[in-house]
Write a protein that binds this ligand. Structure first.
Ligand SMILES: Cc1cc2nc3c(=O)[nH]c(=O)nc-3n(C[C@H](O)[C@H](O)[C@H](O)COP(=O)(O)OP(=O)(O)OC[C@H]3O[C@@H](n4cnc5c(N)ncnc54)[C@H](O)[C@@H]3O)c2cc1C
Length: 492
């Protein structure tokens, strides 16, 4: 096991190694490899060091955990065979999609098998009569968008990573994105699933219907379970008609808290944008630097709101834009920029979508995915700045403001390694306590995965956590499926 800091591979501290290695999983041997080769074919069983490193990390901080082997099945039957074998042999299995996760959900913290669903990337059916699409988990999210848009339809969930994340990963994380504010999150679009359980059994949940009151909702339980309850092998998604028009607006605010307050005022005025994103000055500066542009002057500006309005009637959108301009003028907003061409809209959204990479590429950081009731956004922002002054850290914030979902990047800067490690958990604990006090919770869309486990007791009572452990035990009694995730507060 290794941890890399800014690209430099280091041995993981002994104490952490011992924690991770104190498990009873069977190490992969030549016997197991030859069994996998006969199930999947030689080329779909990867064991080279470089390949293992490649599959040993996602986008979570600088963490790297090596799997012992990477397997690439091509069908539900192959997934089922692998799971049944690993179950019998007590081998840890971690599913992965596009490896863009931000909570370390796909990190193989106990080594074992990395089960990549990337070859299962077929669109099985687009039903333009019932507005549904059936896909395999390895389809890139943007590919789904493009495929259905060709039929005048829309699959709304649009994580900023849509060009590289996969729909199976979106289902496992219950991904959101900018359009969630109007259209909802992944869970609201999953109608039915095919899932391979830890012992290799194949189950089907839900149905191709828009309402379903038939028994416990296993579909909704699997969505957001981060690969800990089963491997998703097929997904039926709901689609909606694609609106004909979309306007994009950018509004500067001298005070960042005013921008936050303006977000809930928009909805109070009866307008539901299809996106309303908060971007702090430094995030925008990082983004522009990353893309090599200098288009938006942030002098004297603490934050921007990036807004999309969509619909089918030009007049309605014009009226809504005018109403927003007037509202923002009264709430501390500056002159509103109206993207006048498709190219300008795309440039603005490219800038928004690159913020994660821009911040991560520049510095050592820790990202939190806090979510609070929309009207509490200004309080959350003020609190994080106050916490920064108390603990001597600097933070850069942006996120899906319409959902009350703020991505808070705590930046290491010149802090020594010892100070950083001491400060971070204390500050995050205070942050989460405050978030829960506001009626919010730990993660809006990135999940708990590996890195947020220790904070779960802030959001849940021991009874609630025990219930979750029992659910895990029912699905995966031997604990081989994505072990070390969500419910292991002492592991990280
Ligand atoms: C630049 C950037 C921007 C992002 N923006 C957003 C955003 O706007 N909204 C958002 O919600 N997220 C965002 N994310 C986070 C990330 O893209 C999402 O969590 C995404 O859903 C992960 O998908 P993936 O295919 O990369 O999954 P992975 O990272 O490979 O895996 C994520 C989890 O899903 C499990 N998993 C994967 N496939 C399966 C399967 N078939 N069956 C069972 N479990 C499975 C894994 O075990 C793991 O626990 C962003 C990430 C980056 C790097």
């Amino acid at each position: 096991l290794f941890v890399s800091k800014n690209g430099v591979k280091q041995a993981m501290p002994l104490e952490l190694q011992q924690k991770h290695q104190s498990n009873s999983f069977t190490p992969i041997s030549e016997k197991h490899l030859s069994a996998f080769r006969s199930m999947l074919g030689v080329t779909h069983v990867l064991t080279e060091n470089e390949q293992l490193i490649d599959y040993g990390h996602d986008w979570t901080e600088d963490l790297l955990f090596m799997p012992e082997v990477v397997l690439k099945p091509n069908s539900t039957q192959e997934v089922s065979q692998v799971m049944a074998y690993c179950h019998a042999q007590l081998i840890a299995v971690t599913p992965c999609g596009g490896r863009t996760g931000l909570s370390g959900g796909m990190l193989p913290v106990y080594g074992g098998v990395m089960l990549s669903l990337e070859r299962m990337n077929r669109i099985i059916d687009i039903d333009t009569k019932s507005l549904q699409i059936t896909v395999e988990p390895g389809v890139i999210t943007q590919t789904i968008h493009e495929a259905v848009e060709a039929h005048g339809l829309m699959y709304p969930p649009d994580p900023s990573s849509k060009g590289s994340c996969m729909i199976g990963g979106n289902v496992a994380e219950n991904a959101g994105g900018a359009r969630a504010v109007k259209y909802g999150i992944t869970r609201e679009y999953v109608l039915a699933l095919e899932v391979v359980l830890a012992n290799g059994d194949v189950i089907h949940t839900g149905a191709k219907v828009l309402k379903n009151s038939t028994g416990y909702n296993l579909t909704h339980l699997i969505v957001g379970s981060e690969g800990t309850l089963g491997v998703v092998t097929q997904i039926v998604l709901k689609l909606v008609p694609k609106p004909a028009l979309e306007y994009t607006l950018l509004v500067p605010f001298a005070k960042a808290v005013d921008a936050c307050k303006a977000v809930s005022a928009v909805f109070q005025h009866g307008i539901v944008p299809s996106a309303i994103e908060f971007i702090e000055k430094d995030a925008l500066d990082f983004g522009q630097q990353y893309l090599g542009m200098n288009t938006y002057d942030t002098t004297g500006i603490e934050a921007h709101l990036l807004i999309n309005l969509d619909g089918n009637h030009e007049q309605v959108l014009v009226e809504q834009s005018e109403a927003l301009a007037e509202l923002f003028e009264h709430m501390g907003g500056g002159e509103m920029l109206f993207a006048s061409s498709q190219a300008e809209k795309e440039a603005l959204w490219k800038l928004r979508r690159c913020l994660g990479e821009a911040v991560k590429g520049t510095t050592i950081y820790k990202e939190e995915d806090t979510v609070v009731p929309r009207a509490e956004l200004a309080n959350l922002l003020s609190y994080i700045k106050q916490l920064g002054r108390e603990h001597n850290f600097y933070s850069v914030c942006y996120g899906h403001a319409g959902d009350g979902n703020l991505h808070i990047n705590i930046i290491k800067q010149n802090m020594s390694e010892t100070e950083w490690k001491e400060m971070l958990p204390k500050a995050i604990e205070k942050l989460f306590q405050y978030v829960v006090q506001l009626g919010g919770t730990l993660s809006g869309e990135h999940g708990i995965g590996y890195v947020q486990q220790r904070y779960m007791p802030i959001a849940f009572s021991s009874v609630e956590l025990e219930l979750m452990r029992n659910i895990k035990g029912v699905f995966d009694p031997k604990g081989i499926l994505n072990p070390g995730k969500i419910l292991n507060p002492s592991l990280t």
